[in-house]
Design a protein. Structure first.
Lengths: 661, 314
């Protein structure tokens, strides 16, 4: 199975290279190669789903440097993430086949190459079994996505966004590299087996954890390392944003779980507390800023920040429970967080692709220019609605399942033998409740302003998405529904994943739950059945409609009621800023608001408000200035005279001799 | 099992049927307290009948979502009414959704209403949707924390188990539940668009929340919405009874206790309706941004209740 997965990953590389063949027709590349990539994704998903239930396999590939071969391993954790990568990328690749219609052949070839290299690199990150291959794949992933982000490199704003992304990615990679160095502990080689064997003192284990948390956190977009997400995701073409937001930041979650649970092993509850605090801050910050955005793709990027926070809340609770010796509750937290990672991958890709379709059809990204899109593009509106309801954590769709599981984990708090932590864990559940409710508000705003109502600006002829685009959207929407209605299958798979990592498992009652009945601990404690849920609501809805229509179903069409004021224009509808105004009022201190109010005798009154992120002013810009200052100081060494440089070498040698002696 | 299903169906039909009556009772009590001559207690039924009779008017700017919303709302509320143990705890459907899922059902109903409000593209719809979502995100965490307190006490998130545990303990005042009860009352007022958060009788455009959202609805659609609002009020009241006054609800398998449960329910609903009218007469509607303070107080009370439970184990 591992060999097959390896072949699939290499097949992605081959597909990417095939796009380069000069004789290749660009339309052919779009129509054939992207669907081929989707097929590879499906194959990989199937392999991953099988691997989650199979024992781990390892392989030493005859690749890499002499004496330093690549080690590969396919265990249940890797299997689960391959399933995520394959299933989501299948939808996105299908969508790509319809999306890149208007690209020039040269650009299309480059995109095809970078896109598939990006996918293959992610597969290798998941399959890697030594620090060497892991870092090579990790950096390839960062570089390939950098080039994809800067597809429109003619525009300076996009070059800046790409640079910021590359910078944060490399700072993170550095921390990950150091983390492997710490875990290595000076003996053996850098295979993951050796890192697992290494005995770390609690101090060095904590150092390794902090480095991994920081390094992977930079890729995941944790506070305060999130600044690249809202810049880079809108800059990239929409399918690439979907992959970055949906899958790439999940590789960071994979890295965290791999390092913390697998390589370090002995988990401490203090780590969990740190993860919980950062996760809660990230979730609240992300959704508050998402609410304040009016650019659809920036909004979705901030919402990704929030969802990573929610994943971390589950992970943190899991670490706390494992740290206090409660493996069953710890497993529940791990399952909740991985379930949410999968859910987010599916619905966020769906929403980004929907945003891409809007961008293509109408050329709009600013919510305030949209409105009434449900009429020209009903198919996209339908799929986007499914994404909206899923991300708002509404039953019976998938977002609700993972949040429900996270709440159930928090409700295990009485098991903790530590008074303070026992009362703190439910408080983190409260922040989850708050951010979930804010998410619902945020996406009501998105859907209401973009798709409902009347067009706010004159739009050119807007058309619905092409067939391939709709197929991709439909695949991901189906994912939202299936993951929401039949959660037990994934729950059991994730239980198996966790079992292979920690040896713990959910209780017997949870394992025996049937396909439509979700029971995390015991039936008397909690249960949830989305299928029955949906059936009851559907039955009531259909019966009510029948009964009402039997009586009479007369409908008249009229203008909307104007409240006695006949001059209602389309610009009197609520705007994106207007909708979030209560939030800015209530959470004012979180934002840095730059508001322009027109004066009383302004002949052309304009109101504008700009919401800025405080992190830029207290963290990023001072750091950039410090870096500039230090480089200027270092530049003093550069005199441009060879004799000076020889003098430096001389002093260095002397110093080394003293040091080595 | 079959008897359980029959009971389940009976109970949800009962809740749906008596919901307008409870609404009418609140209105009657309020009229008495305000020295007005009271309307008939059956008035909500007449209103529903009148609305069902009329032709529906739909704005030509509306999408299909607008027409679907009343049915979805009604379905969600029916489901909620079926889950809460009103008469007996022996409900076969109840395990399909615990209290967290119940909050999810209410959230679903709210999102559907808000989306439909924005559908026709009028200024008031968006205004109402925005305010409703604001009240929602403030009330939902407070509601969850209240429910968490009860869940920690009984070790379960199933309402049936919670009722069984709470009804069969010794009679004592639990400080944690007292805090949670006050918080729950505040959430109930906010979620059901009652004074002091919203005014169900207002038609003054600038102060409306709920009414602004359903401004475009007429005839059978409006009737279903009004009916669903009444069911929601009863559902919230019965959740409150289940958590704070669980006595009288028939335990599993005890058919003899059903008449008593029915009487207890009638008494509790009558008292709660009168209490609601009393509160509404006493209080004035507050400015919209004071709602944030009101509901964050509710949230803090609920959290305090939970912490007290952990501190004193009661």
């Amino acid at each position: 199975m591992l060999a097959a997965a390896l072949v699939a990953a290499l097949a992605w590389l081959a597909v990417g290279l095939a796009g380069l063949v000069p004789a290749g027709n660009a339309v052919l590349a779009r129509r054939v190669l992207f669907p081929l990539g989707a097929a590879v994704g499906l194959a990989l998903a199937a392999l991953g789903a099988q691997a989650a239930w199979a024992p781990a396999e390892t392989l030493v590939a005859p690749l890499g440097l002499p004496d330093l071969p690549f080690h590969l391993r396919l265990d249940p954790l890797a299997g689960f993430f391959l399933l995520l990568l394959g299933a989501v990328s299948a939808g996105v690749s299908t969508y790509c086949a319809g999306y890149f219609r208007e690209e020039t052949p040269l650009r299309l070839r480059l995109i095809c190459l970078q896109y598939h290299v990006f996918l293959a690199a992610m597969a290798f990150v998941i399959l890697a079994d030594d620090a060497y291959l892991f870092m090579v794949a990790w950096e390839t992933m960062a570089l390939a996505s950098y080039f994809l982000v800067t597809t429109d490199h003619q525009r300076p704003a996009i070059r800046n966004a790409g640079f910021l992304y590359l910078l944060v990615a490399h700072i993170g990679a550095l921390a990950v590299l150091l983390c492997f160095g710490v875990m290595h502990a000076g003996g053996g080689d850098y295979t993951f087996d050796a890192l697992r064997e290494a005995q770390l003192s609690p101090f060095w284990a904590s150092v390794a954890f902090l480095l991994a948390f920081f390094g992977f956190g930079a890729k995941a977009g944790l506070l305060p390392l999130h600044a690249w997400l809202p810049e880079a995701h809108p800059a990239a073409p929409s399918p690439v944003s979907a992959l970055m937001s949906g899958v790439m930041i999940k590789t960071a979650i994979y890295g965290m779980v791999r390092v913390v649970y697998d390589l370090i092993g002995a988990v401490r509850w203090e780590w969990g507390l740190l993860v919980l605090v950062v996760g809660a801050a990230t979730a609240l910050f992300g959704i508050l800023f998402a609410l304040a955005q009016q650019d659809l793709k920036r909004l979705l990027a901030y919402s990704s920040v929030e969802n990573i926070g929610i994943v971390l809340l589950g992970l943190g609770m899991s670490l706390v429970f494992f740290g206090f010796g409660q493996p069953e509750a710890g497993m529940l937290g791990l399952i909740a967080s991985l379930y949410h990672a999968f859910n987010h991958a599916v619905f966020k890709s769906l929403l980004f692709l929907g945003a891409g379709s809007i961008l293509h059809a109408s050329g709009l990204r600013d919510l305030n220019a949209m409105g009434g899109l449900v009429r020209p593009m009903p198919a996209v509106a339908f799929y986007f609605l499914i994404g909206t309801l899923s991300i708002s954590a509404l039953p019976p769709l998938n977002g609700f399942v993972s949040e429900w599981l996270t709440f159930q984990t928090a409700l295990q708090a009485p098991l903790i033998e530590h008074g303070v932590m026992r009362s703190l864990v439910p408080l983190f559940a409260a922040t989850l409740a708050l951010s979930a409710a804010l998410t619902a508000m945020c996406f009501v705003k998105v859907y209401g302003v973009a798709f409902l109502g009347r067009p706010r600006t004159q739009q050119q002829a807007v058309h619905d998405a092409s067939l391939a685009e709709r197929l991709g959207l439909a695949w991901l929407s189906a994912g939202c529904v299936v993951l929401g209605l039949f959660p037990t299958a994934l729950l059991l798979t994730l239980n198996r994943v966790g079992e292979s990592l920690t040896g713990a498992s959910l209780g017997a009652a949870a394992l025996e739950s049937s396909w439509f009945w979700l029971v995390p601990t015991e039936p008397a404690r909690a249960s949830y059945s989305p299928v029955i849920f949906l059936l009851v609501v559907l039955a009531v809805v259909l019966v009510t409609i029948r009964v009402v229509l039997l009586y009479h179903g007369r409908v008249r069409s009229a203008d909307p009621w104007d409240c006695g004021f006949p001059e209602q224009g389309t610009r009197m509808q609520d705007t994106a800023e207007g909708f979030a105004q209560p939030i800015r009022q209530i959470f004012g201190p979180v934002y840095l608001l730059k508001r322009h109010l027109p004066g009383p005798d302004d002949s052309n009154p304009r109101y504008s408000v700009k919401v800025e992120d405080r992190h830029w002013y207290w963290l990023y810009l001072p750091l950039a200035r410090l870096a500039g200052y230090l480089s200027a100081k270092v530049a003093l060494l550069q005199r441009g005279r060879i004799s000076t440089y020889l003098l430096y070498s001389f002093f260095t040698l002397i110093a080394l001799l003293v040091f080595v002696r | 099992m079959n008897a359980g299903v029959a009971l389940q169906v009976l109970q949800s039909i009962l809740v749906v049927l008596i919901a307008p009556l409870v609404m009418g009772w609140v209105n009657v009590c309020r009229a008495w307290l305000q020295n007005r001559s009271a309307p008939s207690v059956w008035l909500p039924y007449y209103t529903l009948a009148k609305l069902f009779h009329k032709d529906a008017i739909i704005a030509h700017t509306a999408s299909p979502l607008f027409r679907w919303m009343p049915y979805v709302l009604f379905g969600c509320m029916w489901l909620a009414a079926g889950i809460v143990p009103v008469l007996a705890t022996d409900l076969p459907f109840a395990p399909a959704a615990d209290i967290i899922a119940l909050v999810g059902v209410f959230a679903m109903a709210r999102v559907a209403t808000a989306l439909a409000a924005m559908d026709t593209g009028t200024a008031f719809g968006g205004l109402g949707a925005r305010r409703e979502m604001m009240v929602g995100f403030l009330a939902e965490p407070a509601m969850l924390m209240t429910l968490f307190t009860a869940a920690f006490i009984s070790g379960s998130t199933q309402l049936a188990t919670i009722v069984d545990t709470l009804a069969h303990r010794e009679f004592a005042i639990y400080p944690s539940l007292a805090f949670a009860g006050v918080a729950f009352l505040m959430v109930l007022l906010a979620e059901n668009a009652r004074i002091p958060v919203d005014n169900p009788t207002t038609h003054l455009e600038l102060t409306m929340i709920h009414e602004a959202m359903i401004l475009e609805y007429s005839a059978r659609h409006l009737a279903l919405i009004e009916w669903a609002v009444a069911i929601k009020l009863v559902a919230y009241m019965t959740i409150g009874f289940a958590l704070f006054l669980p006595w009288g609800i028939a335990p599993a398998g005890d058919w003899g206790a059903l008449p008593l449960a029915l009487a207890a329910l009638a008494a509790k609903l009558a008292l709660a309706g009168a209490g609601l009218a009393f509160l509404e007469t006493l209080l004035a509607k507050m400015r919209i941004f004071l709602v944030a303070e009101f509901l964050s107080t509710a949230f803090m009370l609920a959290v305090l209740g939970m912490l007290i439970h952990f501190l004193v184990r009661a």
